[in-house]
Design a protein around this ligand. Structure first.
Ligand SMILES: Cc1ncc(COP(=O)(O)O)c(C=O)c1O
Length: 398
């Protein structure tokens, strides 16, 4: 073997860094040169993990909860998840057989795709969407079939016709993300009913990533597709995590719920790879799920205030138009009127104004013409970042 890099497998060559990681490399280089940058890029809450959750982890460590966990997930955590799904989502799952505890939503997605996809089978993927889905679909042997979302009436949505047009006999899964990163759409009951009817008609499994469920605005409520009826529940893998809801991104605690046969297959994938989050992390997750909702509501209200600030400062700046997010902590800013690609605009904003955002084309061709702005960080960072963005957009608009 002449060069060691030729040892890398073809499968692993299919992987690319996420947009955030690529931009982080550019940011690190500029910071090395002494530039002061403000980042409105990451989906990383700046709020601390609530103290009672941290305390539960410390207590678990002191109590010696440092050995292998139950690979399905500690029974107490699976029970707490089942209670949560019943209480907040109106769903009944058996903690013994229909729930799997995973290392974040990321691992749940990996396990679901690995358990379900045969070589060459397709995943219908709305677009623009979180860019970390495509590489794992490919790694699991699948192919992506984009479903271009429509922007109309100030929001992105999915239509039955677009889903139908994307369908072909190789399609096996439909992946949905509600609230939807990066569009900010919270799928309505009617939209989810379309998804459910389409999945039933075309015999698809629905993978539903609901990681932003706690953060919805203007009185909207999150609805899981699985809650629409028994038929769709039986073909849905619900994926969620504690990362965003409890500001626990670094704890790596997530879960999947679904029909027993699929959860069993995912459990085998997990046994042969991650073996689940640390035991004391699982104890802390029980405290999070069973604890008061007060802190979560306080965080939601804080993100809603930040969203209002983003709308106020950016809508109309340099002919840009803000797509008002209904949920999550990202806003898409339409910058088509500037007549440049989103990546060009992003670079100019970074290099000339020191503000970091993500170009919409990172989320698929349907995201071209937009920038993704995160309001997961607030305070000075948000104020300063929005001021720089406004100035940069106005400058670009001439
Ligand atoms: C849509 C979506 N799903 C999953 C994840 C990752 O979740 P986790 O931290 O639970 O692995 C993210 C993180 O940004 C996300 O935006």
């Amino acid at each position: 073997m002449s060069e060691i890099s030729s040892a890398i497998s073809a499968r692993s060559r299919l992987l690319q860094p996420t947009a955030v990681n690529s931009i982080l490399a550019e940011v690190a280089e500029l910071r090395r040169q002494g530039r002061r940058l403000v980042s409105l890029m990451r989906g990383e809450p700046d709020l601390p993990t609530p103290a009672h959750i941290v305390e539960a982890a410390c207590r678990a460590l002191r109590d010696g909860r440092t050995h292998y966990p139950d690979n399905r997930g500690e029974p107490a955590l699976r029970e707490a998840i089942a209670e949560k799904l019943y209480r907040e989502n109106g769903l009944t799952y058996d903690p013994g057989s229909e729930i799997l505890v995973t290392t974040g939503a990321t691992f749940a997605l990996w396990a679901a795709l690995t358990a379900l996809l045969n070589e060459g089978e397709e995943v219908l993927l709305p677009e623009p969407i979180y860019d970390a889905y495509t590489p794992v679909i490919r790694l699991a042997g699948g192919r992506v079939r984009p479903v271009r979302a429509r922007l109309g009436g100030g929001r992105y949505s999915l239509t039955g016709e677009d889903l139908e047009a994307a369908w072909n006999p190789a399609a096996k899964l439909l992946l949905v993300n509600t609230p939807w990163n990066p569009t900010g759409t919270v799928l309505t009951r009617d939209e989810l009913a379309l998804v459910a009817a389409f999945a039933a008609r075309r015999n698809l499994v629905v993978v539903s990533d609901e990681i932003y469920e706690a953060f919805t605005y203007d009185g909207r409520v999150h609805l899981s597709p699985a809650a629409l009826g028994e038929e769709i529940r039986e073909r849905t893998i619900l994926i969620n995590s504690l990362s965003k809801t409890y500001a626990m991104t670094g704890w790596r605690a997530g879960y999947a719920a679904g029909p027993r046969a699929i959860i069993d297959a995912m459990y085998l994938v997990l046994q042969q790879s991650s073996r689940g989050p640390a035991t004391f992390v699982q104890d802390a997750a029980v405290a999070a799920l069973r604890g008061s909702r007060e802190r979560v509501e306080a965080m939601r209200a804080e993100y809603e205030r930040r969203r209002a600030l983003v709308v106020e400062r950016l809508d109309g700046a340099g002919r840009a138009r803000l797509i008002r997010p209904e949920g999550g902590f990202f806003a898409l800013l339409e910058v088509r009127a500037l007549g440049r690609t989103s990546d060009e605009i992003r670079r100019r904003l970074l290099e000339e104004h020191g503000v970091v955002v993500v170009h919409g084309s990172a989320y698929g061709p349907a995201g071209e013409g937009t920038l993704r702005i995160s309001f997961a960080a607030g305070g000075e960072t948000l104020e300063d970042g929005l001021a720089r963005l406004r100035e940069g957009l106005e400058g670009l608009a001439g």
